[in-house]
Write a protein that binds this ligand. Sequence first.
Ligand SMILES: Nc1ncnc2c1ncn2[C@@H]1O[C@H](COP(=O)(O)OP(=O)(O)OP(=O)(O)O)[C@@H](O)[C@H]1O
Length: 572
Amino acid sequence: MIKRFFSYYVPHKKLFFIDFFSAIVVAVLDLFFPIVVQWFINTLLPQQEWDKVVWVSGGLLLTYLISAYLQYNVNFLGHKLGIHIETDMRQDLFESIQRQSFRYFDNTKTGHIISRITNDLFDIGELAHHGPEDLFIALMTFVGAFGIMFYVNPTLAIVALVFVPFLIALITYTNIKMNQAWSKMYAEIGDVNARVEDSVSGMRVVQSFTNEAHEVEEFRKNNRRYQKAKVGGYKVMGYTSSGIFLATRLMILSVLLVGAWLLYTNSLDVGEFVLFILYINILFKPIEKISAILELYPKGMAGFKRFTEVLDTEVDIEDKPDAKVAPVLNGDIEFHNVTFSYENNRPVLNDLNLFIPAGKTVAFVGPSGAGKTTISSLIPRFYDVDSGAITINGINICDMTKKSLRSQIGIVQQDVFLFSGTLKENIRYGKLDASDEDIYRAAKLANLDGLIESLPEGYETQIGQRGLKLSGGQKQRIAIARTFLKNPPILILDEATSALDTETEALIQESLQELAADRTTLVIAHRLATIRHADHIVVVTKDGIAEQGTYEELVAKNGVFATLNNIQLTHV
Ligand SMILES: Nc1ncnc2c1ncn2[C@@H]1O[C@H](COP(=O)(O)OP(=O)(O)OP(=O)(O)O)[C@@H](O)[C@H]1O
């Protein structure tokens, strides 16, 4: 874990070394100060060499100036290093999330993902800056100061050293406790974010059921749990800093007492006594640094652990090492004995065989939950089959690269997802390098041009978060325009018009028929009238394919389809 953490320093090694070197020089200069003071007291003052006093003071001023400059390096470049590392990690995390499959998102709350990208990484930057540098400086100052103290007076040095094992024990114990506390805190803030995300995205549902008070109460519970976890961490921190304070003050007191005795028995002179007191103060610095790391390390590492968990999540839909770029997928689509389940329980599809001829429109109908959407999700490999195979142009889709497969499949669903931004940006999402002319053409083909012309800002109209400012039919047409722009040989229309009134539906059907022309098209529909002209109709039930044929054939068969059709006709 630590090795992996350090790998993030590699691209910024220059910054790291400047910062590290500056910090070392500052610490060394600090170490020399008491020696100079002792020299002042024991040598320069008794001999009254004023010119030397002035020279030494000048020298000290120079070292202070150098030290000030180096401290600027430590503070600025060190933090810069920290934020660079944090940014790199955030980028890696985002990229890793982009690679995850549908299954990952089925089982992961958005708020938890946001939490990992934001909160978890905050403390990592600080740890990256302070961690190695402060630890090294602390150890160096500690060893340096003790070395000099031993050299000057071993007895007094041992008196100070007695407290060190106690400090180490305290630091180790609290480190473990704080690690637990911060891990819990990160998990809790993840839950807080998840609830905010759920509640804000579902605000229309919340308010329509007047469940605001319920949401507030649920949020309060999450918020309190986070508060409790954080308070737990601060409690351990409180114990630690008090423990460290007491141990260091006892250290001073003991040195004062024993030092006074040694002075009294002439085993120590005044200069050495002052030197010791100054070194004890210098010793506080590494102790403070270590206690700061003690706070940072568990926090940063808890965040880093959660960060690596996402990075290490196995991506279940990946290109095979020998995957090939798919040719133009204008051939037949075939399911060969396909079995598929979402979880390890009942298969949604069981030993399914299916033939979708090239360039034809095949409709899938049947009761809700039968598996129609599932069939369409397997073709772009949003999920992989448990057994059997799906081929297009006779090639197993698992032998193609994901990118070349998915770039040839267009999907228009009932729920259209739009991004915050302008109308034009949302259409362009279908083909990021499309020219404005291509976009206008696609909009026209999707019957969107009339709407756009009626808007004061036309294509530059902001559509609000997830297209909230648009009607269902308008969103649908944007989705169709996107797909025109993408121009894929395979098309999946999943309940694309079911949320629309008859007039809008007729308008959109027109666009869809245009879109489907010359493409292999799968249409999933509940309203059977909309698929009357499909080349082939497949009736899917929970037990698999119940029947298939043309509209006329199925009506004549008087089976499941005919029954469904009759019900719908009598209800119209
Ligand atoms: N992401 C998922 N994770 C787990 N189970 C799922 C998931 N998506 C669908 N299911 C389950 O798989 C079964 C088939 O669902 P699917 O959406 O394919 O049905 P459908 O025929 O398209 O239904 P509808 O006509 O209502 O859209 C259902 O029992 C559903 O609960």
